[in-house]
Write a new protein. Structure first.
Lengths: 302, 361
């Protein structure tokens, strides 16, 4: 801990060089150090973790059965007969359904982004590093997908393939591949023209080794950050699909679907009906802020 | 400051100067380390109807073992393209490289990757030639690692090389390029180039981006390292004083062609080509009594897409005549001295130029 200021009896050839003021850390150590000092990110990160944990342990936390309906207990306000957050239009407990709905929504938010990052990132790096015709081929194909607004594209794909969670995730993955690919391609193209790639080639390194050691490290940063910001977009889009009846099917709990079915009752119990929307809002804003903090922490130049 | 360090290096250098030949030597001491024959690279330009930038247009020279060959010329004369051609970082359109007697990338010669094990390069921009997300010790270790040295051993080499270029490996090894100054980064680049134990190093404007005091330190370091490791340098620069300081022989380039080539002292004391003379005249003299009589060179170099016919310098040359437009002068030896050659019609009596002499100017 205390080996900071002076280097004991360093060879006199180096005496003109100032001793480092701070401890030398490895890359991940310094990322951790910066994260620990970023209170915003820690705060919103812990909310994200709480939301994820709540979704994972929904069966243990939920006070009621998510599918248990009640004719007399429909659309009750918060706190009615142990229903902390009220009940929905079929008398099911809102808190229970929000917890279970988080499972679907988070899954729809994260899984498509992971797949899109792998596929799109790989395509982008290939396009960026190979350049020329390969680049033109890949990027122009991506542009075709770009021509459609992302919501419309997701609706069209899952509409064509039919509803359901799997098809919804597939549709979202396809929607996210083109922007992911473009981010990776741009980052790769920028890196590729720099002299250190030439220097690596001058040592006789092959394409694969150069990509692995010199390109990926510089491309992963922007790609990772973009991916984490896509999670919130994905949750919103998934909710939108469910809202339109193209994502999960009732009676499965999902934030978007709940928002869709409860919107007719907005004049009866407005606060209860807004809860799924609030859940989506809080989750996506937390993901956005956390990804922002991660970007700052992972940049070695800060 | 750096003196103690420089002395240490110089001592080591004198000790190793007695080492005879590199064990990898194949051609013997008389065989030039690198022979370049008619190297040609034209970059096609879109929208000009098949025209191309004639970056390097038939360049031939030799690099002797253990010497420093300086290459000078204005911006855009093809110096950097030539450097990259020498390492096959850009494929030449035509021409031949012979490394220590072995043709490069030819059926009976050595492969490009074999060439790259013996030739390395230091780039001008010290920042962009280091990976910003890699600690500098890893950048230095990358070369040996790629050339089949085990990882731990490659790290050892990196530590060793960092120390040899005057950077404390414990302090500077784990740092990122943005945490180093320009001079320190260029030292790292030199360490990186030397880590694979090359026989020849191509230095593409290695000190142009540094300020004057650091420039001198790095130049002295390069000299010491050259003696210590028995290196051969190809030193590219636009700075005449730097080239004069470090080079044994100097090659002057103009618009992709060699205009003059000779021993450093000859080039600077008795330049033959009007371009070389103009180049030397264009630098301010330290001594107000020593005024240059040559007219200073004016204007920009012509467009390399459409270079002038015949002698490429004729559009800016005050001695240009009809013959200069009609035919391109070849490299002719000056006053029977085969080591000093220049490409000018005035040096060839048979050319028909009114001022032609046998090169005794």
């Amino acid at each position: 801990m205390s080996q900071t200021a002076t280097l004991p009896a360093s060879p006199d050839t180096f005496e003109d060089q100032a001793a480092p003021e701070t401890k030398i850390r490895s890359y991940w150590q310094s990322v951790g150090y910066r994260l620990r000092h970023d209170k915003m990110t820690i705060f919103f990160g812990s909310i994200v973790i709480l939301i994820v944990l709540a979704a994972i342990f929904a069966p243990l936390l939920a006070p009621f059965d998510p599918y248990k309906e009640s004719i007399i207990g429909r659309l009750k306000p918060m706190g009615w007969r142990n229903h902390t957050l009220g009940t929905d239009e079929l008398g099911r407990d809102m808190l229970t359904r929000l917890l279970y709905g988080g499972r679907v929504s988070l899954l729809m938010g994260i899984v498509p982004v992971i797949f899109a990052t792998c596929v799109g990132g790989m395509l982008g790096v290939i396009a960026g590093f190979m350049g020329g015709r390969v680049n033109t081929g890949i990027m122009r194909t991506m542009d075709v997908f770009y021509a459609f607004p992302s919501v419309l594209l997701a609706v069209a794909i899952s509409g064509a393939m039919g509803g359901g969670m799997l098809n919804g995730m597939l549709a979202l993955t396809l929607v996210f591949i083109p922007p992911m690919c473009r981010v990776a391609e741009t980052a790769t193209t920028q890196v590729r023209s720099l002299d250190f790639i030439e220097a690596a080639r001058a040592t006789g390194a092959g394409t694969f080794i150069i990509v692995r050691h010199h390109v990926l490290g510089n491309v992963l940063g922007p790609v990772f950050i973009y991916a984490s910001s896509l999670v919130s977009v994905s949750i919103l889009l998934a909710s939108g699909l469910s809202f339109l009846g193209l994502g999960v099917r009732p009676p499965t709990a999902d934030w978007g679907l709940m928002l869709s079915t409860l919107r007719q009752s907005i004049y009866v119990v407005p606060v209860v009906c807004a809860l799924p929307g609030l859940a989506i809002f809080v989750t996506s804003i937390c993901f956005n802020l956390v990804s922002d903090g991660l970007r700052a922490a992972m940049d070695v130049r800060m | 400051m750096l003196d103690s360090q420089m002395e240490a290096l110089t001592d080591m250098a004198t000790a190793s100067a007695t080492v005879e030949l590199d064990p990898r030597d194949r051609g013997g001491a008389q065989q030039p380390l690198l022979i370049v024959r008619d190297l040609l690279k034209h970059f096609p330009v879109k929208g000009t109807g098949g025209k191309s930038v004639q970056a390097v247009d038939g360049v031939s020279f030799e690099v002797q073992k253990g010497e420093t060959l300086g290459i000078v010329g204005e911006s855009g004369c093809g110096k950097s393209t030539l450097a990259r051609l020498l390492l096959h970082l850009i494929r030449p359109d035509s021409g031949e490289l012979v490394f220590d007697g072995d043709p490069v990338d030819a059926p009976r010669g050595i492969t490009v990757s074999a060439l790259r094990r013996q030739v390395q390069m230091v780039f001008q921009d010290s920042y962009s030639s280091l990976n910003p997300r890699m600690p500098v010790r890893d950048s230095v270790a990358f070369g040996p690692f790629v050339q089949d040295t085990p990882k731990l051993q490659a790290r050892e080499i990196a530590r060793d090389m960092l120390a040899k270029v005057g950077l404390n490996p414990d302090q500077f090894g784990p740092r990122y390029p943005h945490e180093l100054s320009g001079g320190q980064k260029q030292r790292v680049n030199i360490a990186r180039a030397l880590a694979t134990n090359p026989r020849m190093v191509i230095l593409d404007e290695p000190v142009s981006a540094l300020d004057k005091s650091v420039e001198a330190q790095v130049l002295n370091l390069l000299r010491a390292l050259k003696r210590q490791f028995n290196l051969t340098y190809v030193f590219i620069s636009h700075d005449l004083m730097v080239v004069r300081y470090i080079s044994d022989r100097v090659l002057v380039m103009y618009l992709g062609r060699v205009v003059e080539l000779g021993p450093s002292e000859k080039i600077f004391s008795a330049p033959q080509h009007p371009y070389t003379r103009a180049l030397l005249a264009s630098q301010p003299s330290m001594d107000p009594a020593r005024r240059m009589e040559e007219p200073p060179i004016t204007g920009d170099p012509p467009n390399p897409i459409d270079p002038p016919s015949g002698c490429r310098f004729r559009t800016r040359c005050s001695f240009a005549e009809a013959v200069c437009e009609a035919s391109s002068p070849g490299l002719a030896s000056i006053g029977g001295d085969t080591a000093h050659v220049a490409a000018c019609h005035m040096l060839d009596r048979a050319s028909g130029h009114s001022l032609a002499t046998a090169g005794s100017a």
